[in-house]
Design a protein around this ligand. Structure first.
Ligand SMILES: [Zn+2]
Length: 95
């Protein structure tokens, strides 16, 4: 009779869970794109700031970790933070 160790049992369990994880990620991606959340994929590029109308740069340079992870811009003119969908995420603070 063949015996299996705990390591093989854990490995087989993880291998069985990988397809479920893949399906969950695809569902998250599709729903995120439909509902325009941070998990979604935006293939069209926003070209103007919705707040002041200034043109956004073609090459995006993230100014914060959130922008590096999820996409988005900081408007050069009014300093508004925009998400990857071109919506204002946060207004610039008035000092
Ligand atoms: Zn702006």
């Amino acid at each position: 009779m063949m015996r299996i160790g705990i390591g093989e049992l854990v490995l087989c369990s993880l291998a069985a869970l990988l397809p479920l994880l893949g399906v969950a990620l695809v569902v998250l991606l599709i729903r995120g794109t439909q509902k325009k959340t941070d998990f979604g994929v935006n293939l069209s590029v926003a070209n103007a700031c919705p707040k002041c109308g200034a043109a956004l740069p073609a090459v995006r340079v993230p100014t914060a970790l959130k922008q590096a992870l999820w996409g988005g811009w900081t408007c050069q003119q009014c300093k508004a933070e925009l998400d990857k969908w071109g919506r204002v995420r946060r207004q610039a603070r008035i000092r």
